[in-house]
Design a protein around this ligand. Sequence first.
Ligand code: PLP
Length: 384
Amino acid sequence: MIAGRPTWAEIDLDAIAHNLKVVRDRCKADVQVLGVVKADAYGHGAVSIAHALARAGVERLGVASIAEALELRQAGITLPIVVLAGNYHRAERLLQQNRLQPVIFRHEVLDALEASIDPGEDPLAVHVKVDTGMGRLGCAPEELPDLVARIQRSPAFQLAGVMSHFARADEVGQQTRQQFESFTECLGPSDWQGAVRHCANSAAIFADSAYHLDMVRPGLCLYGVDPYDEASSGQLQPVLSWWTRINTIRTLPEGSAVGYGGRWVSRRPTRLGILPVGYADGYPWAGEGRAEVVIRNRRVPVVGAISMDMTAVDLTDLDGVEELDPVALLGGPSDRAVRADELCRWSGRLVYELLCSIGPRVTRVYKAGGLAQVGAPDLRVVLP
Ligand SMILES: Cc1ncc(COP(=O)(O)O)c(C=O)c1O
């Protein structure tokens, strides 16, 4: 923990393994799982999560960039890693050197990749992406046969997969079905000779087993968040809880304004707790006036503006609270726990955004098998 600033996130690696099993149980036995660990594993710490997923038997990992993949390779992760980027801009050689599997969808990118591979080297495993309606990366469905033929002709490449990505799998409606039909139509009945066909993110995994094909690509659900209401019928376990300790307690007279803008004014003599967490840590500024935390098993309101490094809470109705008492910002004990969807509702945030925004000042503490370990030991010291 950063000395004197006890604000940390507890990450339950057993829950990661449990959630992977929930995904497996949804799928047929021969369906592979690619665990999405991009954006530092949605803020959970990519290296620790990748090790946990590897131990739990995931077949591949997915990241957003070569740099993210290199971090995992340097940490000793040997699993196949798919780089979901589409274009590699003069870093192509790193893909071959580190046995990374790029996603491609354009001949120009294949040209650059081919040029980066020396004759006699192992072929580079690539995944071709088809745009069936997301409108970001991917070839048009009719371009797929030509790209595949080229990959299969070239000794530089091995076709590892053919993929697409859903835009609205968490919504009720026909859009996902239409995307899927467009994908399966262009895949045709052909035998893909070991190349995996994949399109399902978390929401699609729970929505319909037809979407699983040969491999699924869960992100959010591995981190214990239902991709839509009741998707997992309560089977997923929360992975991350976020904590701090009260830094200072002071009593202010009635009529005192608290925080930037002075928008909250005490209506009674108020015992105020100042928490060492703010928007620089990812605690949402927009939660002012709505957010709550849990102290001594009670919900306590955040008052005044959430500032960069500090947040104030009203402790007046709580007996016996002391400085250094623990405070749950997300999660926490029992039925009072702050749910991710609540914090999102209070702050107008997307749950993905909330998790990814928990900043580097928040020490990650990993728990597995009843043991805890503080992550990233760099400049930090562990408080007793
Ligand atoms: C290509 C791709 N596949 C899978 C995922 C995982 O999505 P989710 O976190 O909704 O499961 C993502 C995440 O954005 C993605 O970009």
